[in-house]
Design a protein around this ligand. Sequence first.
Ligand code: ZN
Length: 347
Amino acid sequence: MRPNTMKALEKSKPEEGLWMVQAPVPEIGPEEVLIRVNKTGICGTDIHIWNWDDWAAATVPIPMITGHEFAGEIVEMGRNVTGLEIGQRCSGEGHLITTDSRQSRAGKFHLDPGTRGIGVNEQGAFAQYLKLPAFNVVPLPEDVPDEIGAILDPLGNAVHTALSFDLLGEDVLITGAGPIGIMAAAVARHAGARNVVITDINPDRLQLAEHVVPTIRTVDVSKEDLQDVISELGMKEGFDVGLEMSGSQIALDQMVEALVMGGKIALLGIPPGKSPVDWSRIVFKAITIKGVYGREMFETWYKMIAMLQNGLDVSRVITHHFGVDDFAEGFAAMKSGRSGKVVLDWT
Ligand code: ZN
């Protein structure tokens, strides 16, 4: 039976906080499905929206049901939907695309400039029910549980970034040991990198990194010099590939310094505003830089589910579980800067 209303976590007012409200259950169109949400992950984006910082105030219309990291089950399908079924467990891509841009028509949906995000521009997943285009649905195999399904969006960021360059046999430097940096380290390991080094200045995060991926080398760059780590690990000239996850100018400088000639950098971290860059060093070191946004639709999803089925284990990056009525505790854990992923249970 389809209820008329549902619990939803909403930005209801232009001030700090989110509010649990009763909202109408979304009506779906012919190409859409209705998903009963079981578990959701809290993202840094949701923290920006909670805090109502300048970015959020300029971007997010009110009222807005937040959230974009989810796993659930299909409970209704539009009349034109094929290839899915009621009861199918799923996660999904939260970027809703248009199909008339140059890149979309080239099949590069993740580069569509008309992309709209659920939980940011469109009603989101922090609710008992979510409406989603069938195109965006990613079915979950039996061996991928809901709590991992709920973090496939950020894992997808990690996978997209890490697989930007060939990692087999390479030495990889990751700057920023937040959950996505840590998951990227797990992916780099899984993809056959030789040395995987992750840096941060937050000891709690580095400890979590070691807990999730015991075979990596963590470096607190406020206490240790990367050049010493390079010699300790027996690398002759430096790292081959850098994955920048922190948005910190200092971290990017350290990365450029620690890379080999002809090294490659994938940038996922977002620097706050404009930051000065020493381009001459990047030119003289012949470094390739790639900006990474979202996940490739749907190659990243395919690869990440295949890797999860083939032994990639990121489960320990989830450090907190809360029932959704305790959402405020979940957000507090995130804001402490000491948590990994925080998962909310909607069932
Ligand atoms: Zn996210």
